[in-house]
Design a protein. Structure first.
Length: 257
């Protein structure tokens, strides 16, 4: 039996512990495809040490090695800043907002490149560490106190869960923001650039099929994402008073009007 976990978790969520107990008790093969639990990264990292390779990371953007691969493949931190400056040239300082409890990999793989790339775009880098909903409001309010503020959100289940609040605050404070996935731009975010999840999950399903066919999970290499997509929400851009250049629109994989 294969149990697939791909849901966001909130503070105090008991699912990680329950899943761990069940895999041990029933000998389940656990495939993690889209989750940012620190527990999941630890379990996946232990796959090589487990005698039967029972747990294995597979197509997960949020697990450490996969995130590292994605970050290095296209220089995502720099790309987010590039997109932010293209869609909102007035940005002078940008905050990278994340929760280290749900996205511990950001500090290791995205923060340094974000801070290093910022001067090349004429931007002052700010790191906004959050842990509660109130922290999000405080960080975005502080960012908006000076003109020329912008926001970059790396992959983080905390921001996925609270995305509606982030969209509302960005609109209230007129903060242009770049999001990591298409669904966030479709739901009201200004622009997204990141991994095409429509490609990632089918590749994970291929691995599950191979595991069920007898392949040892520990023998399967972690795959890096190969397709990235740019999505622009023109309705949100208009609400923020932004005029999107024809060049940027022509590069977009999807334009929401």
């Amino acid at each position: 039996m294969t149990l697939t976990a791909q849901a966001p978790c909130r503070a105090g969520d008991r699912r990680p512990k329950l899943l761990t107990k069940r895999t041990r008790r029933e000998g389940l093969r656990l495939t993690v495809t889209a989750v940012a639990w620190p527990w999941a990264a630890g379990r996946a990292g232990a796959a090589h040490r487990h005698p039967d390779g029972r747990c294995r990371r597979c197509g997960d953007q949020s697990l450490a090695s996969h995130v590292q691969s994605a970050a290095r493949t296209v220089g995502l931190a720099a790309k987010w800043l590039e997109v932010l400056k293209e869609i909102a040239p007035q940005v002078q300082h940008a905050a990278q907002l994340f929760n280290p409890q749900t996205a511990p990999y950001v500090s290791e793989y995205y923060r340094g490149p974000f801070e290093a790339a910022a001067p090349a775009f004429g931007v002052r880098a700010i790191v906004a560490v959050v842990g509660e909903m109130s922290d999000i409001e405080a960080a975005m309010t502080a960012l908006a106190r000076e003109p020329g503020g912008g926001l970059v959100l790396p992959p983080d289940n905390f921001s996925y869960v609270h995305r509606k609040m982030i969209f509302a605050l960005a609109a209230r404070h007129r903060l242009p923001a770049v999001y990591p996935f298409r669904f966030m731009a479709r739901e009201g975010g200004l622009v997204s650039y990141g991994v095409d999840l429509g490609e990632t999950f089918p590749r994970a399903a291929e691995y599950i099929n191979r595991i069920l066919g007898g392949a040892r999970p520990a023998d399967l290499p972690v795959q890096a994402p190969t397709k990235f997509e740019l999505v622009i929400n023109l309705k949100t851009a208009n609400q923020l008073g932004l005029s999107v250049s024809p060049t940027l629109l022509a590069r977009a994989d999807e334009v929401i009007e």
